[in-house]
Ligand binder design. Structure first.
Ligand SMILES: Cc1cc2nc3c(=O)[nH]c(=O)nc-3n(C[C@H](O)[C@H](O)[C@H](O)COP(=O)(O)OP(=O)(O)OC[C@H]3O[C@@H](n4cnc5c(N)ncnc54)[C@H](O)[C@@H]3O)c2cc1C
Length: 428
């Protein structure tokens, strides 16, 4: 091997290791970027650390894959917290309709459920993965599994990417290594380390879309009881910092369900989380309704009157206990302070956050490669021309409902289009 060969990444066995783009990570973002960037003799290589690609994709939507959501892209941006504005160009460039059309053109149809979540009409997450792999194959993308990337270097306009066994050279690198949630699928936070090797800032990361654990939790034995359309308010140092509405379910140590998962992106240990269990119609309205019911209840037991309002009896008995009210108390005998405490507990129950279930079961990671280090119209790193960051490795995370996969595909499309048109290094 000559020294020139070595610089170009041609190994002693003569294998050409010089690529147009190396995609690190064979999840939905990486595979979609790879097949979309391919063509016109561009040499694209996907390096996946696990023995097979798309392991997390296969468990999305409990194996059914909630690919995206109904709604306009303007509506979508509200579902990514502070990252929505940054994501706008990606979503506008490759919308939910574009994503659905991509799979429809390849024979996989999607139907929205009653909440607007798109699932395959007749298929599973594995079918989504099969289509991505088939597209990569058709486009001539090389996919190498069982090759964890351990280091990247950037010199003289070329990247060298080192795995356990080899060094590959590329003009572009796409970091699509995912976040740190659900590490059993391969996403263990390597992307942050690799970004750091090239000097990119990474914001504080943590589990998102994870069940919330509550300190001194009083509902341990009520696991499985659920409440619809619950308002949840998060307070830090006595200041309200977030408010969401969604369904919740009581777990053995706290709250899960879409509402709890959504607000979990923002919780920190010590925060106060207020839950309006019986306030789907609004807290003021619920307070008035409960007050009227108790006033009208006269000599009937509070528990009878309120279970008629649809409050699960076991839950109500616990709330009576927490409010210092005997379980057989009648409405007429309820003191005003007792009544007010009970109604406050039902409509605005305060609890202290101990943390979340953590990365092991979190559906997303909050934080990641800093948004202000990435060009919003191409996903290219501002300080490292030719390096792109897409999908969950970036500081973008969305609500449940298909928003995270849409973000992975939309950011992948931007990077692929930039690589295909060589629109890199621009001031976007
Ligand atoms: C249980 C669960 C259910 C979910 N359900 C949904 C849903 O229904 N809808 C939705 O929108 N979102 C859902 N999500 C979130 C969604 O799965 C992610 O947002 C999405 O997979 C992110 O795609 P990605 O390609 O950026 O990262 P990933 O899917 O995490 O892929 C990254 C890939 O990079 C590989 N990798 C990591 N490090 C290296 C390395 N050093 N070298 C080479 N390869 C590496 C990993 O092995 C992995 O294959 C769910 C998540 C979980 C955990």
């Amino acid at each position: 091997m000559t020294s020139e060969d070595s610089a170009k990444g041609i190994d002693s066995a003569g294998t050409d290791r010089l690529y147009t783009a190396i995609i690190i990570g064979g999840g939905p973002a990486g595979l979609f970027c790879a097949c979309r960037a391919a063509g016109n003799n561009r040499r694209i290589l996907v390096l996946e650390k696990m023995p097979s690609c798309g392991r997390k994709l296969c468990i999305t939507g409990a194996g059914r894959c909630n690919l995206t959501h109904t709604g306009s892209m303007a509506e979508f941006t509200a579902h990514y917290g502070d990252g929505g504005k940054f994501l706008r160009p990606a979503l506008m460039n490759f919308t939910n309709s574009d994503l659905l059309a991509f799979f429809k053109d390849r024979g996989l149809f999607f139907t929205p459920d009653e909440n607007g979540k798109y699932f395959p009409t007749d298929g599973t997450a594995k079918d989504v993965l099969s289509i991505l792999l088939a597209e990569c194959d058709r486009a001539g993308v090389k996919v190498r599994c069982g090759e964890p990337v351990r280091a990247i270097d950037h010199k003289d306009g070329l990247f060298s990417v080192r795995t356990g066994d080899a060094v590959y050279i590329a003009e572009h690198v796409v970091l699509a290594a995912g976040g740190a949630s659900y590490p059993a699928t391969g996403s263990t936070g390597d992307g942050y380390t690799l970004a750091g090797m090239l000097g990119l800032p990474v914001t504080e990361t943590g589990p998102a879309l994870a069940a919330i654990i509550i300190r001194d939790y009083p509902f341990r034995d009520l696991t499985g009881i659920s409440f619809d359309g619950v308002p949840l308010s998060l307070y830090r140092e006595n200041k309200k910092i977030r408010e969401v509405t969604g369904d919740i379910i009581l777990t053995v140590n706290g709250f899960s369900g879409p509402g709890a998962l959504h607000i979990s992106r923002y919780v920190r240990p010590g925060d106060s989380l207020h839950v309006g269990f019986i306030a789907a119609t609004g807290q003021d309205h619920a307070r008035k309704e409960l007050t009227d019911a108790i006033t009208d209840g006269k000599n009937r037991q509070v528990k009878t009157v309120l279970t008629e309002k649809g409050i699960p009896v076991r839950f109500l008995l616990r709330m009576l206990e927490l409010s210092g009210i005997p379980r057989d108390a009648t409405c007429a005998h309820l003191t005003k302070p007792n009544r007010n405490t009970l109604i406050r507990h039902l409509t605005d129950f305060p609890s202290t956050v101990a943390g979340t279930e953590g990365y092991a079961t979190a559906m997303a990671t909050r934080g990641g490669v800093a948004r202000d280090a990435i060009r919003q119209k191409t996903m290219e790193a501002k300080t490292v021309p030719g390096l792109f960051c897409i999908g969950e490795v970036t500081d973008i995370d969305g609500d449940t409902g298909g928003y995270n996969l849409q973000a992975a595909f939309s950011t992948a499309a931007l990077a692929a289009d930039a690589i295909a048109s060589k629109k890199t290094g621009r001031n976007t």
